[in-house]
Write a protein that binds this ligand. Sequence first.
Ligand SMILES: Cc1cc2nc3c(=O)[nH]c(=O)nc-3n(C[C@H](O)[C@H](O)[C@H](O)COP(=O)(O)OP(=O)(O)OC[C@H]3O[C@@H](n4cnc5c(N)ncnc54)[C@H](O)[C@@H]3O)c2cc1C
Length: 442
Amino acid sequence: MATNLDSFGRIDRRPREALALERAIASLGDGGPSLLAFGNGKSYGDTCHNGAGILVPMRSHRAILGFDAETGLLTAEAGTSLEEIIAHAAPHGYFLPVSPGTRFVTLGGAIANDVHGKNHHVRGTFGCHVTGFELLRSDGKRYPCSAAENPDLFAATIGGMGLTGIILSASIKLMRVGSLDVEEEITPFANLDAYFGLAEASDAANEYAVAWVDQLSGTNRGVLLTGNHADNGNFHVASSATRLSVPFEMPFSMLNGLSLKTFNFAYFHAKARKTGKTLSPYGSFFYPLDAVGNWNRLYGPKGLYQHQSVIPFAAAPTVVPQMLAASREAGQASFLTVLKRFGAMASPGLFSFPRPGYTLTMDFSNRGASTLKLLDRLDALTVEAGGRVNPYKDQRMSAATFGTSFPEWTALERYRDPRFSSDFWRRTALSLSAHAPALAAE
Ligand SMILES: Cc1cc2nc3c(=O)[nH]c(=O)nc-3n(C[C@H](O)[C@H](O)[C@H](O)COP(=O)(O)OP(=O)(O)OC[C@H]3O[C@@H](n4cnc5c(N)ncnc54)[C@H](O)[C@@H]3O)c2cc1C
């Protein structure tokens, strides 16, 4: 059955072959085309696609299977969204220990990409809070996985991008909070030197810290948003029903240099005016973009590329400004330019994107060859600085960039289920192993 299962970047759009989980289970053991679980398509690129095989959509498997209000341990089917987990646990005083910038991600997708949030410096990645899961492999067996049981598969699946099998259900330890809402402080900065001067102390004092940078301003001014869960907020779970929605695809990208310059100017001044601490509803603090339905349609029919890199601490004050300058010089405007300091907490995952350093994220309208050229330049700056490019935001990085960024790919390849694959893995890892088969066999 061909179904519309786009990724968030919408660069490569076509109907995709999909098979319901029950039918995928029945087909195991037969050989046949490769499989890949599909969560909610909130990855930007092709890690959630499998053009040579079949996708197994997981969103309809979303039962909450258990919740202990004393310990905060929640068990759910892997298609459960983070939004549904919040709705279940918040009345008992709990929130997600790690939350990405959208609540429309599934539990399985959050584990498979080992996602991070605005509090990486204190809580690490999503996988740090997962106590166990059940993994279906192509031999038809269901493997209970945890630090104690099948620990190798546990580690390979956290950040394993769906390549080790299908997570059927998982348990996660939620975080007790004073309220869902956040006591937020906004600190404008005039340039990146000022930001780098603030970032470490802000992390030490706050659960959450993230900076927005005005990429089109020659000065790289911006605002640092910090916060902690407020004791005087509430546990009211906001409806995610979007009040605003982009009803149809724009015929061309609305996010061009002029519109973004105007937006950035207005956003910077609106934020910079708000000094002191304010109580922010959790929806607008964690998920501001969820408020506008289908906002990726603003990028028009050609879609968008997101580039996320992490640059080691020592190199970041030099390299991050170079990356912003390279984007400006290429005439490419980034709608969302976000800078954040990753901490040192190690993930239990074998293959996980974050590492200590500063992570820079930029979104670009797809303008064809000129955008691809810029993205290659950003890759080169990243790799030369000893950094790495995020696979689950990617649709085009070269196999060489991938191999240099993630020498540990050979270890993940050893745990990959032979029946599971993705467009991303074929484009990068398998192309490397085709040239040097011994690498994958090491
Ligand atoms: C607006 C926005 C903001 C974002 N902010 C952040 C952020 O702050 N931090 C961050 O880290 N990421 C962020 N992301 C990216 C997003 O969190 C991740 O890509 C996430 O993994 C997507 O989950 P999904 O459920 O949509 O899975 P999909 O995108 O559908 O799939 C992701 C991967 O998970 C695998 N997978 C899905 N379900 C299963 C399963 N049951 N078993 C095994 N494998 C499975 C797929 O095979 C694929 O490899 C953001 C994305 C958007 C659109």
